[in-house]
Design a protein around this ligand. Structure first.
Ligand code: OSB
Ligand code: MG
Length: 369
């Protein structure tokens, strides 16, 4: 794979619906888009960092800085046997996993396109339908929440995840169970609780949730282990799983019983395959997370989710829940059975629509030798 040029853009897409979590409210996504050109093909990647450092420390601006100053210059003009060989050539940048993932995943897409194969095959898997769930933001009222849950179930989605925070936890879960019975239901706190609020989380044990995602701070593995020992409900870690070592530590400590893999957050496919291996070796259930990606990141996620081990429905939903129109064609859709089809063309299997990308672009730089 010869890397002849890299286009970096910041694009802005309004969300169909504002998304509220314990860390804030988002009404648009503004992210770095990466296009890697080589051998007559283009590989695409999308950076999951947000403008604000509220979900994680990285931001759109920090990703731009690290990509333009360190990562892109290190690979321009290079010839690499694989995306792994490309990341081996990077300078020793600490952290900045979201920035790394955007370029790393674009290189995997480019490699797959040059070979004319679907990306999932390069990852060691093959096309299969992906079981899909949805993540529902904090709502202005319980009635509004019940309406959203009903609408998503009617679309076919196989499980419902709601965002919680102290003060918005017991009542919404109780209301959903009362209205919709024993549906597959889970909650995501995005690190909003402290160990002192353990009783609020223990109160959710009564509702037979599939799991509680990331109740405590990203760095609190030991506190998560203490909490897990006191709960019947499984803890799933998201923010805390920064890579294979963190996954190993979390499982050694029994800080969680489920893992949410997000390649865009973990530094790309290399680290994600490492986490996948750690979890598989220990029979820990996996599911594929989402970060409100456009169709580019969404298609990437679908390809990774084809790996065996992703046994629980993930957060990879249809394009139209997020962006109308999406940046890509064809849009990603969910069937009435709650499965999403993996695009089966070369690479990620979807094409960004040039006019839509241009219209959404705030800044763009072409890097070439
Ligand atoms: O914690 O899983 C999360 C969105 C943005 C940042 C973090 C998270 C989320 C979601 C939405 O839950 C998942 C999606 O629908 O893409
Ligand atoms: Mg989460």
């Amino acid at each position: 794979m010869h890397i002849e040029a890299v286009d970096l853009s910041v694009v802005r897409l309004p969300l169909v619906r504002a998304f509220e979590t314990s860390f804030g409210r988002m009404s648009a996504r503004e992210f770095v888009l990466v296009a890697v050109h080589g051998e007559g093909a283009v590989g695409w990647g999308e950076c999951v960092a947000d403008v604000d450092p509220f979900y994680s420390a990285e931001t759109t601006t920090s990703a731009w800085h690290v990509l333009t100053k360190y990562l892109v210059p290190a690979v321009l003009g290079g010839r690499f046997a694989s995306a792994r060989a490309m990341t081996d050539a990077w300078p020793p940048v600490r952290g900045h996993r979201m920035a790394k993932a955007a370029l790393e995943m674009a290189a995997w897409d480019l490699h797959a396109r040059i070979e004319g194969r679907p990306l999932c095959e390069l990852l060691g898997a093959s096309i299969r339908p992906i079981a899909s769930g949805v993540s529902i933001g904090i709502q202005p009222s319980i009635e509004a929440l019940l309406e959203r849950v009903g609408a998503e179930l009617a679309e076919g989605y196989q499980r419902i995840k709601i965002k919680i925070k102290p003060g918005w936890d017991h009542a919404p879960v109780e209301a959903i169970r009362a209205r919709f019975g024993s549906i597959a239901l889970m909650v995501d706190a995005n690190a909003a609780y402290t160990p002192a609020e353990q009783a609020d989380l223990a109160a959710l044990d009564a509702f037979d949730l599939m799991m509680i995602e990331q109740p405590l701070d990203e760095e609190d593995l030991i506190q998560h282990a203490r909490l897990q020992a006191s709960l019947r409900t499984r803890i799933c870690l998201d923010e805390s799983i920064t890579g294979p070592q963190a996954a190993t530590d979390a499982l050694d400590l029994e800080a969680c019983r489920v893992i949410n893999i997000k390649p865009g957050r973990m530094g790309g496919y290399g680290p994600s395959l490492g986490v996948h291996r750690v979890a598989r070796d220990r029979n820990i259930p996996l599911w594929h997370g989402g970060m409100l990606e456009s169709g580019i990141g969404r298609a990437h996620n679908l390809h990774l989710a084809t790996l065996p081990g992703f046994t629980l429905p993930g957060d990879i939903a249809a394009s139209r829940r997020y962006f109308v129109p999406d940046l890509i064609e064809p849009a990603i859709e969910v069937g009435k059975d709650g499965f999403v089809a993996v695009p089966n063309g070369p690479g990620i299997g979807v094409e960004p629509v040039a006019d839509r990308v241009r219209a959404a672009t705030l800044t763009m730089e072409r890097h070439r030798l």
